[in-house]
Design a protein around this ligand. Structure first.
Ligand SMILES: Cc1cc2nc3c(=O)[nH]c(=O)nc-3n(C[C@H](O)[C@H](O)[C@H](O)COP(=O)(O)OP(=O)(O)OC[C@H]3O[C@@H](n4cnc5c(N)ncnc54)[C@H](O)[C@@H]3O)c2cc1C
Length: 384
């Protein structure tokens, strides 16, 4: 089966590895002429995401990037420690949480795609699709076309594939999210290294949620989530890092925590995004096209699960296609298995962003069930 993958980000590259491993013929078409990722932000890959990568024999290349996180600390606005607990699966180096730049994760996965000989075409921006009973054809903005048996829309938050399948639009989730890096907060970095190695510290601030982790080389990675109207595209394009520092630091300064000092010690590596998410229940597939990753279920970033969910999608979709007799039933099975989990994550993240408890509903899968679904050699539960 020839599978066209639109987007060579996290979901697209991981899906290519999974489909190749299942014996299909994937080919990636990525809009970006060079790397295909937006620059600037970092993310944490959770143990479930690392487990999915492990099933694709790709955990090791990723584990060489970034740094591990084995403990989660939660402090309040007075600096009082509320929690200090192990994070995820800290004992296994390959399923530990990792903190890394988005660009580094994408680069590691793209390198693995090239190593396995999977074709990737850059500068190919999808503009339209035509589908019939026999095949699906993608047309790109440069006029080129590609035809396959199935197409994966792995083109992220502002997915063109989604716009061709469903009217659903991302909606603002109520927070501006800032990301920054600094090597200049040396006292805080030294304290973190000596007292809380391999930890991520979350701060329940009086006005702002803040989090930071310190790399082994002494660089602090931090984020802040500020409830406010969205930043306009103009504001994002023209506001300088110094102006964002002046906006953010006064919101953090009243608290007795390191947050304001970290922000003030951040020279220029500081960016802002608007947190957005997608509505539940939207259409994910046609007979020959299916959305995965952020294109299908972008969540606001509070739970830090977007990349990990995209990696899970890749494994489960490839297994569904491998274990189910027809593409139609495979896509139905993929939807049935994935939708409750990813929509639960969207709701949980939205609740956290709004300052409510993570979610009214219990998780849709136990860890054991998820591990079984992801295990490459275990057939998927089938219900079609
Ligand atoms: C600032 C920020 C911080 C985040 N922090 C975390 C975190 O801590 N933990 C976590 O798990 N997740 C985090 N996320 C979410 C995570 O990055 C996403 O969920 C994840 O990248 C989704 O992967 P994806 O492949 O679906 O989309 P992307 O990684 O966005 O990839 C989409 C790809 O499609 C390409 N593309 C777009 N349009 C077209 C087109 N028309 N034709 C061809 N190609 C196209 C793009 O160039 C890109 O390469 C964060 C996201 C952001 C923005």
């Amino acid at each position: 089966m020839r599978v066209l993958i639109i987007g060579g980000g996290i979901a697209g590259t991981a899906a290519a590895l999974a489909l190749h491993q299942a014996g299909f013929a994937p080919a990636i078409h990525e809009a970006h002429p060079d790397h295909g990722e937006d620059l600037g932000a970092f993310l944490t890959l959770a143990s479930n995401g690392m487990r999915a990568l492990g099933e694709l024999a790709a955990a090791e290349p990723v584990a060489h990037r970034g740094f591990p996180l084995t403990r989660l600390r939660l402090i309040d606005a007075t600096g009082t420690e509320l929690t200090n607990a192990p994070l995820g699966e800290p004992d296994d180096p390959l399923t530990r949480y990792r903190c890394l730049r988005r660009a580094d994760l994408a680069a590691a996965l793209q390198q693995e795609v090239r190593r396995r000989g999977i074709p990737i075409t850059r500068g190919a921006r999808l503009s339209s699709l035509t589908e019939d009973a026999a095949s699906i054809t993608a047309t790109f903005a440069n006029g080129q076309t590609a035809t396959g048996d199935l197409l994966l829309g792995a083109d992220g938050l502002n997915s063109t594939t989604r716009s061709l399948i469903s009217p659903a639009q991302p909606h603002y989730a109520g927070q501006r999210v800032f990301y920054g890096y600094t090597t200049e907060a040396t006292t805080i970095a030294n304290t973190a290294a000596s007292q809380h190695p391999d930890s991520i510290t979350m701060i329940r601030g009086s006005k702002t949620a803040f989090g930071y982790a310190c790399s082994p080389s002494g660089e602090i990675f931090w984020f802040a989530r500020v409830s406010s109207p969205p930043a306009s595209p103009d504001e994002i394009a023209t506001t300088t890092p110094a102006a964002w520092r002046d906006y953010l630091a006064p919101l953090l300064r009243p608290d007795t925590t390191p947050a304001a000092d970290i922000v003030e010690a951040t020279p220029d590596q500081l960016m802002v995004t608007n947190a957005v998410d997608l509505p539940p229940g939207m259409r994910w597939h046609t007979p020959r096209a299916v959305l995965i990753g952020d294109a299908a279920h972008a969540a606001s970033p509070a739970t830090g699960q977007g990349a990990s969910m995209a990696l899970e999608d890749a494994v489960i979709l490839a297994k569904a296609l491998r274990d189910t007799p027809t593409t139609t039933t495979a896509l139905t099975n993929f939807d049935r298995l994935r939708r409750p989990r990813v929509e639960h994550n969207i709701a949980a993240s939205a609740a956290l962003s709004a300052g409510r408890p993570p979610s009214g509903q219990p998780p849709t899968l136990t860890n054991e069930e998820l591990t079984r679904q992801l295990a490459w050699t275990t057939p998927l539960p089938v219900d079609y």
